[in-house]
Design a protein around this ligand. Structure first.
Ligand code: 13P
Length: 256
């Protein structure tokens, strides 16, 4: 067992995004539940389907070790917030995690880092673990600003009470999401080490050392083994490949 795994249990999380109606979602979840029971898991496994199928997927996962998460939540507990879903509601339906600040939400819904921080605080209060996403655009990377952008996102998106128990960071370079492109292993390793150093600065050594940092962006069976073996890469946040049982299982099995 690698040193990092003694301190931080790897997490393989599937972000289903806006995909799958009830029938497909249930059968995908059932297959993942079944397949994960056949192997010795070296990691925590999580799936994050759309809100509308959370309840059905929860039932499909019954009796398995696969955990349930959502893709966003409100910063409010309840009240006049048309169209929003509160962290308490997610908890009630069986979620343990919620993804926050995904670049698609930052772009489509103009979510700012301070909004992400408010949502994370509310989620923690409700007893949910948060997966807080950060990452630079291609223009930012090409301008040499990748680290500066990620540092700023961490400093403003992550609440100060965050720790390894309630928070996971997902580094997702925007230009790698859904494109088939990934940074080189050296670039990923360098960025993850940098992210950990920023977390040390923000939260102190102990919470930072215990906090998992996932890589996300075109992770697939063919590159997962290399990415997951890198120092400070504590798992993956997987989009497209999490919608196919064989691909998702293949990535899960690459955690050594
Ligand atoms: P892809 O794996 O499809 O690139 O998506 C990554 C992602 O955005 C996960 O949150």
């Amino acid at each position: 067992m690698a040193y990092k795994h003694k301190v931080r249990k790897p997490l393989i999380a599937g972000n289903w995004k806006m995909n799958d109606l009830k029938g497909d979602a249930r059968s995908l979840a059932k297959s993942i539940a079944l397949e994960t029971k056949k192997i010795d898991l070296n990691c925590e496994v999580l799936i994050c389907p759309p809100f509308t199928v959370l309840s059905g997927v929860k039932n499909a996962l019954w009796g398995s070790n696969v955990k349930l998460g959502a893709q966003d939540c409100s910063w409010a507990e309840n009240g006049a917030h048309t169209g929003d879903i509160s962290p308490v509601m997610l908890k009630e339906v069986g979620c343990e995690y919620v993804i926050l600040g995904h670049s698609e939400r930052r772009t489509d819904h103009k979510e700012t880092s301070s909004m992400v921080r408010s949502k994370a605080k509310a989620a923690h209060k409700a007893g949910l673990r948060t997966i807080i996403c950060i990452g630079e655009t291609l223009a930012e990377r090409e301008a040499g600003l990748a680290k500066e952008v990620c540092e700023k996102q961490i400093m403003t998106s992550v609440p100060k009470e965050s720790n390894g128990g309630n928070t996971v960071i997902a580094y997702e370079p925007v230009w790698a999401i859904g494109t088939g492109k990934t940074p080189t292993p050296d670039e990923v390793e360098d960025m993850h080490a940098f992210i950990r150093s920023v977390l040390v600065k923000k939260l102190g050594a102990m919470p930072a050392v215990r906090m998992r940092i996932l890589y996300g962006g075109s992770m697939k069976p063919s590159n997962a083994e290399q990415l997951l073996s890198l120092k400070d890469v504590d798992g993956g946040l997987i989009g497209g490949a999490s919608l196919k049982v064989e691909d998702f299982m293949s990535i899960i099995k690459k955690v050594k």
